[in-house]
Design a protein around this ligand. Structure first.
Ligand code: G6P
Length: 616
């Protein structure tokens, strides 16, 4: 979704803005723009050529030569109101070009505000809701000469989740920003001020990073921050520590971020486990940041797990471990559905929200609903101090490092691992599993990074297997038990990246409908690693083969009996059954990767998708 950058006091402002927009491209966008204060006015360039927009924008850097060109705004737009076009790209200006605004989110009441402004003679040049903010600031600046004060006044009129950064020509070094639910961070570095929607935008450039609460306005000027609430009471921006380094958000010689992030999976798991699995310690698991009252946790009699997209699949994959170890009912829900089915929540319910970004609006809204109902909330997030991490009673961070490719890979595996750690922790607390059961899973977790590495080291071999189905155009993924979420995730990855029709089913459900679609032009990808229901998967495979579909297997290394049942097989090491989704998913990431590249698609920035979806 839209990416925002604002800079103040930065001598290479145009370069820094374009570089930030480049690093924010992963969020998904269709057009881009920037404005720089130069020679007493705001000079603006905008491009609307899809994912080439930032590249084209970079060609304008040389046009900004003024010694006063030290402040400006940049934006990658993901269209909501109005088609992708130069006119609708941000920054948006007021009538006179004095005020510039970049914005992420939706102004829900923009139509009524726009009508009022039109009645007062304002002239609009775009179809966006954002432009309303610029014109409202123009009006507010009649009463005050500070853009941050004007923004405070305007913000109270806007409904919806959003983040805004604004500047104006009479004091161009002063940037003003505010947020409601949507992400926004502030950073400084010796006389330089930055505002961005995400950390990678300014990684390596900024020294100190700050969060502001919802409804707090911040004026950022040359490295100084002046934050206040809408009633003008002072507010303290919260400094937080960023441990990500620049090399982890650069491609590092890989063709794309997706292959880099697939290869980083062993490290992502190692870092997520680090220091948490105290095998020889009687406490077993160390989850320092969990910050939950143990009595309260012991009183939990039901768990809901919620997430969107890949994060939802992580919930589904880890549910088996939580149910089996903790002997507690676990319900699953896609976050956008959870709140509307009026689930029964009370202080004995634990709601676990899983989100790579910690900023997905559907999940945030579901989490807020859960907290309002008195349920205990736990968030699994990859971004420290994300909105969800701050909202929840407890948090477990995945330490996968920045993930740039829109489609999640390493954060997905890290989420499953974090949730399985929680399963062990909770089971030990409740005393619902034997020491032997816990030890078996803990040992398997310790061995897991090396097994993942064995697999990622065979990237080229997996591509070879994937190439056998290059010519096919319809894919069905089947699995049972822990193999079912793997099937769903495999199908999602393929849809996201290669735009091929792909569906995932529980293997036993095939005969109740989907089997009607099978013929020799279809591929069935079966998760056939040795687990509790392996024999039943084998039986389902016979049904598939009888319909002539091509069979691609995910099977264990050396399992000739299974391998003989398919036309081709991805081979994965054996592990604890509850951890097999971690290993079994990797070849399916590679399958989606290869089929997308084979068709000439951009794997890092698939069409129509955004990495962080900040609208409902
Ligand atoms: C978007 C992305 C998906 C992602 C989902 C949830 O739809 O395109 O790849 O799985 O959001 O994101 P989250 O940050 O909450 O894990």
């Amino acid at each position: 979704m839209c990416g925002i950058i604002g800079v103040s006091g930065v001598h290479d402002a145009p370069e820094v803005i374009v570089e930030a927009l480049r690093r924010l491209e992963y969020r998904g966008y269709d057009s881009a723009g920037m404005t720089i204060y130069q020679d007493g006015r705001l000079v603006r360039v905008r491009e609307a050529t899809g994912t080439h927009s930032v590249e084209l924008l970079s060609k304008h850097i040389k046009d900004f030569q003024g010694s006063d060109s030290i402040s400006g705004l940049g934006h990658n737009r993901w269209a909501t109101h109005g088609k992708p076009s130069q006119e609708n790209a941000h920054p948006q200006f007021d009538c006179s070009g004095r005020v510039a605004v970049v914005h992420n989110g939706i102004v829900e009441n923009f139509l009524e505000l726009k009508e009022e402004l039109l009645n007062h003679g304002h002239v609009f040049s775009s179809e966006t809701d954002t432009e309303v903010i610029a014109h409202l600031l123009e009006v507010a600046l009649i009463e005050t000469d500070r853009i941050d004060f004007a923004l405070a006044e305007v913000f109270s009129k806007l409904r919806g989740a959003m983040a805004i950064v604004a500047m104006e020509t009479s004091r161009p070094t002063l940037l003003a920003c505010v947020r409601r639910t949507s992400p926004l961070i502030i950073a400084t570095n010796d006389g330089e001020g930055f505002i961005a929607s995400d950390i990678p935008a300014i990684l390596g450039r900024a020294k100190h990073y700050y969060q502001i609460d919802d409804g707090v306005v911040a004026g950022v000027e040359l490295g100084e921050i002046n934050a206040f609430k809408l009633d003008h009471e002072p507010a303290e921006p919260r400094e937080f520590v960023v441990t990500w380094d620049l090399s982890r958000s650069a491609r590092d010689g890989y063709d794309d971020f997706m292959s880099k992030e697939i290869m980083e999976q062993p490290q992502a798991i190692r870092d997520t486990l680090a220091g948490r699995l105290q095998l020889w310690d009687s406490s077993g698991i160390k989850l320092d940041e969990l910050r939950l009252d143990l009595e309260q946790l012991l009183g939990v009699n039901k768990i809901f797990m919620i997430g969107c997209g890949t994060s939802y699949h992580a919930c589904m994959a880890a549910r088996y471990a939580i149910e089996s170890l903790c002997k507690i009912p676990v319900e699953l829900d896609v976050a956008s559905e959870f709140r509307y089915r009026e689930p029964k929540l009370d202080p004995q319910t634990l709601v676990i929200a899983v989100s790579q970004s910690g900023e997905t609006l559907d999940t945030i809204a579901a989490l807020a609903e859960a907290s309002d109902s008195g349920a205990i909330s736990l968030v699994v997030s990859n971004v420290v101090d994300s909105s969800m991490a701050r909202m929840a009673d407890a948090v477990i961070y995945t330490h996968a490092g920045p993930e740039v490719c829109v489609a999640s890979t390493k954060t997905y595996l890290a989420q499953i691992v974090a949730l399985e750690l929680f399963a062990i922790y909770f089971a030990k607390l409740k005393g619902t599993s034997t020491a032997k059961e816990i030890q078996a899973l803990a040992t398997a977790l310790t061995d897991l990074p090396d097994k993942v590495e064995q697999l990622t080291n065979r990237f080229a071999e997996m591509i070879q297997v994937a190439s056998k189905v290059e010519a096919f155009e319809r894919f069905y993924f089947i699995g049972r038990n822990v193999g079912f979420p793997v099937a769903l995730e495999g199908a999602l990855k393929l849809k996201e990246l290669s735009y091929l029709p792909a569906e995932g089913f529980p293997a036993g459900e095939l005969k109740h409908g989907p089997i009607a679609m099978l013929d020799p032009s279809s591929v069935v990808v079966a998760i056939a690693t040795r687990g509790r229901l392996w024999e039943k998967v084998m039986a389902n495979l016979q049904e598939v083969k009888a319909r002539g579909a091509k069979v691609l297997l995910v099977a264990n290394e050396g399992d000739q009996q299974t391998i003989a049942e398919g036309d081709a097989a991805f081979l994965v090491p054996q592990t604890h059954p509850l951890l097999s989704p971690v290993l079994d998913t990797i070849p399916l990431q590679v399958l989606a990767y290869h089929l997308a590249r084979f068709r000439g698609f951009d794997v890092d920035r698939p069409r129509n998708l955004a990495k962080t979806v900040t609208v409902e």
